[in-house]
Design a protein around this ligand. Structure first.
Ligand SMILES: [Zn+2]
Length: 301
């Protein structure tokens, strides 16, 4: 099967030459996941270092609940860090909403969320939702949002901060690190607390969309590079929910001109978004932006 993403073999980004490869499974090993609790010997918050012993802790969710009900908790996060990250999760929620609707991800109330588009000068929003019978319904504000002939449905997503989306994922990745790993990689925590994006940040989000599969419970996994080559990112986070698998590259300790990115080998990821097998989305912007997602949907006559 021809996969357009890998045609051309490499691309340029931020001064890097990026070589995508399809052998994540061979090159990386799992060193943590959201189903396995990380035990730590500390009583301090892993992010800011504050003592949380005497705090009245409302345990923070390790996987944000917007990805669906889950029992994951991070007991090593203080209330103020939890509060700080809720801002990033707002952007994460806005950014991923179309993926969650198409992937039928239920929110904490047990419902598939409703989509309300930006106004963009129209009097009302386009509304996209599932009705009680599980049928996808659309109330169009403009005919531009739906190409009937091609079956392309547009989600005009509202304002969100792309770099905050990156931070929300980075925060989860750090909480999946075992104590001794986190000790060595502590420097990454700084990226949560400051707003600059330097060369160590490779903020490309890879979206792998699987139309044939639905992940019932959200699942996050932290992977570490097994080989000895310095131009491969050491850590990768995989976030799986609904029909989506998102890959995030954690900050790079060594900056190389050439970088090899490994992706999972899913070859049947053709389906609702036929034009993309793997989509790469740049999250470098630290200012609010708007985004359009387009999905291919089939309609009954
Ligand atoms: Zn904290």
């Amino acid at each position: 099967m021809k996969n357009s993403f890998f045609e051309g073999n490499f691309y340029e980004y931020k001064g890097y030459t990026v070589f995508p490869r399809l052998n994540l499974e061979e090159s990386y090993e799992s060193i943590g996941n959201s189903k396995k609790k990380v035990q730590r010997s500390t009583l301090n918050c892993i992010y800011c270092g504050n003592l949380i012993k005497n705090e009245k802790v409302n345990y923070a969710h390790l996987i944000p609940e917007l990805f669906g009900k889950n029992k994951t908790h991070n007991e090593y996060e203080c209330n103020s860090c939890n509060k700080l990250s809720s801002k990033w999760e707002t952007s994460l929620g806005t950014f991923t909403l179309p993926l969650r609707i198409i992937g039928k991800v239920k929110n904490k109330k047990g419902k598939i969320p409703k989509f309300k588009s930006r106004l963009d000068g129209f009097n009302e929003s386009t509304i996209i939702y599932y009705d009680e019978r599980g049928v996808l319904k659309v109330k169009l504000a403009t005919l531009n949002d739906f190409d009937k002939d091609k079956g392309k449905l547009k989600f005009r997503v509202g304002s969100h901060n792309p770099y905050h989306v990156y931070k929300a994922f980075l925060k989860v990745a750090l909480s999946l690190m075992q104590e001794e790993v986190l000790e060595k990689e502590k420097w990454m925590i700084d990226y949560l607390f400051n707003e600059n994006i330097d060369d160590k940040i490779f903020p490309i989000l890879y979206l792998i969309y699987m139309d044939t599969k639905i992940i019932k419970e959200p699942y996050f996994e932290l992977l570490r590079y097994k080989g000895g080559l310095s131009n491969h990112p050491k850590f990768i986070l995989l976030a799986c929910f609904g029909k989506s698998m998102i890959q995030i590259i954690l900050p790079l300790s060594k900056i190389k001109k050439k970088i090899v990115i490994h992706l999972p080998r899913f070859m049947e990821i053709i389906g609702t978004r036929k034009i993309y097998n793997v989509e790469k989305i740049d999250l470098e912007n630290n200012l609010n932006e708007r985004r359009d997602w387009i999905f291919d949907v089939s309609i009954k006559a």
